[in-house]
Ligand binder design. Structure first.
Ligand code: MG
Length: 260
């Protein structure tokens, strides 16, 4: 009897989340601009900080991206590299990492803090990158705990999951079937992504430039298209012409100015 309870609970959770995502869909901006690690460059704000997340929201980006690693004590921090201030994140506790502040005086942000900040508004989505750990098992465990945190905080409508780790995003989709999950690696064709129930491609611009049929195939299969990291004027124009869903950039001001 008990074995049926968990799947039934998951089904109910998924249905509720799906409805919530439909309700929230109309609130988010549709300008295709995703600030890469937040909006940091112009004002010299630290990447992956709460301030850079706020700045992306203030500017009116449709999305802001951040990188998430799991610490030794299963906390989650925003950081691009797998080490912070010379400490390997997965080998140190959050308290040890928080001994060093970001250059703007912030403590290294936790995932909870970033989600809380994002949930204060409904213009800008949160592109949450699940960073790989030293083993696939730990990366998948990290994905499971991230999904749990997002669900518990009711942040699901804000979050799009992205990762270079294929197992991690497949696991996210398995846990919450309504999740939006995109693969970053660039080496899997749209047909296979569709088979694996991945909802989108988030590939480096070179992949699409090399073979633009990937864009056409993805579209035909109803997959979302995001391209990274597009910083030049020329490349922005190219991908705006391709009308991809999202363009991830370190230069959100420039891209936003083209969309007006
Ligand atoms: Mg990233």
């Amino acid at each position: 009897m008990r074995t049926y309870i968990i799947p039934v609970l998951f089904m109910l959770m998924n249905n509720i989340t799906m409805r919530a995502q439909d309700i929230y869909k109309k609130f988010f901006l549709d300008n295709s601009v995703v600030a890469h690690r937040g909006a940091w460059k112009t004002k010299g704000i630290p990447q992956n900080s709460i301030e850079s997340l706020r700045e992306a929201i203030r500017m009116g980006c449709a999305g802001t991206e951040f990188d998430v690693h799991m610490t030794a004590d299963s906390a989650f921090v925003l950081c691009h590299d797998n080490s912070y201030s010379g400490k390997t994140i997965e080998k140190h506790t959050y308290a040890e990492l928080a001994e060093t502040k970001l250059p703007n005086g912030e403590a290294v942000p936790t995932l909870e803090k970033a989600l809380m900040e994002g949930m204060k508004q409904t213009d800008t989505r949160l592109f949450l990158e699940i960073k790989p750990s030293s083993t696939t098992e730990r990366t998948v465990l990290s994905a499971e705990k991230i999904v749990q945190t997002v669900s518990e905080m009711g942040a699901q409508p804000w979050v799009f999951y992205i990762s270079f780790d294929y197992d991690a995003i497949k696991r996210v989709k398995q846990l919450v079937s309504s999740s939006v999950v995109a693969y970053l690696g660039g080496n899997i064709l749209p047909g296979q992504l569709k088979k694996d129930r991945i909802t989108g491609l988030d590939y480096n611009h070179s992949v699409f430039k090399k073979d633009s049929s990937v864009i056409k195939d993805a579209r035909e299969l109803g997959l979302s298209l995001n391209v990274w990291t597009v910083n030049s004027d020329e490349d922005m124009d190219l991908f705006l012409r391709h009308d991809v869903d999202y363009i991830t950039t370190d230069e959100p001001e420039l891209l936003l100015s083209k969309k007006k």
